[in-house]
Design a protein around this ligand. Structure first.
Ligand code: GLA
Length: 389
């Protein structure tokens, strides 16, 4: 694959110079949804699918992009002298935003670049193709310009900076962090309050991770994502009347129940309840997984979906159909929506010998009810962003 991409790069941008290769994965979150920006815990892992970047420095200040996923756009040209978000710049806003983040943090990027990208993460699937682009560009800038003091955590933070300050999506750190820091066959138990983390082997014994993409069209930017975040922040403000807290992730269920009367709207109470309970559920899930109790881990995944459906209200008929149908299938240990929601995909743990029937049955029910097909992927857990040899 990389050899082919090298040839494509040379065909697009010409031969010669020091052409380098990079990769960053997509991610799937097992549990801990909409907890990252609430100072809580998440439990994502990196996938083996992701974004490849082939790049070379230029002598001028032009940045020329070509994505094989958006061939119809051809070569898109940008400049180091014009690092501002523009709708017409389309997907290249992500790399431009990451370059802007590096500059903002004191790094000097004084040469332009030719960059070819190819991603095998399904677009708009909710597996974080945009964060994957951000991290692969971060890894590339560090390598190309010799920013040796830049850590993988920094690369994750610069990706998030790009989303927050350039793209205008108020996302948390989960996606970029898991994509930067992923490790084969392990999930990352990350405390988003202070970015401390441990790797936990995701031992699924005879089971597989199956991702179902709803194929519902959506974009994080125009979704209700920012609205949910604002609702949680408002709830924190109300709780602070009695409690000395900065985030909902600091609360136990008991503390929340004893103080929820401070939150003046019923809707905001449910949003905050999800954030608090989901964080506690994530702590429990990691604990039971480490004890080898996969069945209980699965039950907590299911409970996570119910909370996202009823209290946080970020699921919708597509994701609910996928998950509720999954729960009825043989060999399903747990199933829930994953990522931001409002479309995107679900993650299920399914016994290996039941995977075929699972895909067939859930696929059929989905098509009948929703009117278009879902796509299914049996995925493996891979390593984080890296330079390719
Ligand atoms: C998106 C955001 C993440 C996180 C999830 C929900 O993927 O980018 O930061 O908030 O939604 O858990």
């Amino acid at each position: 694959m990389v050899t082919q991409l090298m040839q494509d790069f040379i065909r697009t941008f010409g031969d010669g110079g020091d052409i380098r290769k990079y990769f960053a994965p997509g991610r799937v979150n097992m549990i801990g949804e909409h907890t990252d920006y609430n100072g809580g815990h998440v439990f994502p892992c990196a996938l083996t699918i992701g974004t490849y970047a082939i790049a070379r420095r230029r002598d001028d200040r032009k940045i020329r992009f070509y994505s094989q996923n958006f061939e119809e756009l051809g070569v898109v040209e940008g400049s180091l002298d014009h690092l501002v978000y523009e709708k017409a710049a389309d997907w290249t806003n992500y790399p431009l935003g990451v370059i802007a983040a590096f500059l903002e943090h004191g790094y000097t990027v004084d040469n332009g670049l030719d960059i070819l990208l190819f991603g095998n993460i399904p677009n708009s699937s909710g597996l974080s193709s945009s964060s994957s682009v951000e991290v692969v560009i971060g890894v590339m800038l560090r390598d190309m310009f010799g920013f040796e003091d830049v850590t993988m955590t920094d690369i994750a933070l610069y990706g998030q900076y790009c989303e927050n300050h350039f793209i205008g999506v108020n996302c948390g750190i989960m996606d970029q962090f898991s994509i930067a820091m992923g490790r084969k066959d392990q999930a990352i138990f990350l405390d988003c309050g202070d970015l401390s983390y441990t790797y936990v082997p995701l031992e699924l014994k005879d089971a597989k991770i199956v991702i179902a993409c709803s194929n519902k069209k959506r974009g994080l930017g125009d979704s209700k994502y920012n609205e949910r975040r604002a609702e949680c922040e408002e709830a924190v403000e109300e709780l602070r009347e009695r409690l000395d807290i900065q985030t909902l992730g600091e609360l136990t269920e008991e503390q929340f129940e004893a103080n929820k009367d401070l939150i003046k709207s019923e809707v905001r109470q449910r949003r905050a309840k999800h954030a608090v309970y989901e964080n506690q559920r994530t702590l429990k899930a990691v604990e039971v997984l480490q004890k080898g109790d996969l069945a209980e881990f699965g039950r907590l995944m299911n409970a996570s979906h119910v909370s996202l459906r009823d209290d946080y209200e970020v699921t919708g008929i597509e994701l609910d159909t996928l998950v509720e149908t999954a729960w009825e299938q043989d060999g399903v240990i747990g199933s829930r929506m994953t990522g931001a929601g409002f479309g995107g995909c679900t993650v299920s743990i399914v016994k290996a010998d039941c995977v075929d029937a699972f895909i067939e049955n859930v696929g059929k029910v989905y098509l009948d009810k929703i009117g278009y097909a879902a796509d299914f992927y049996v995925v493996e857990i891979g390593d984080g962003g890296r330079v390719l040899q």
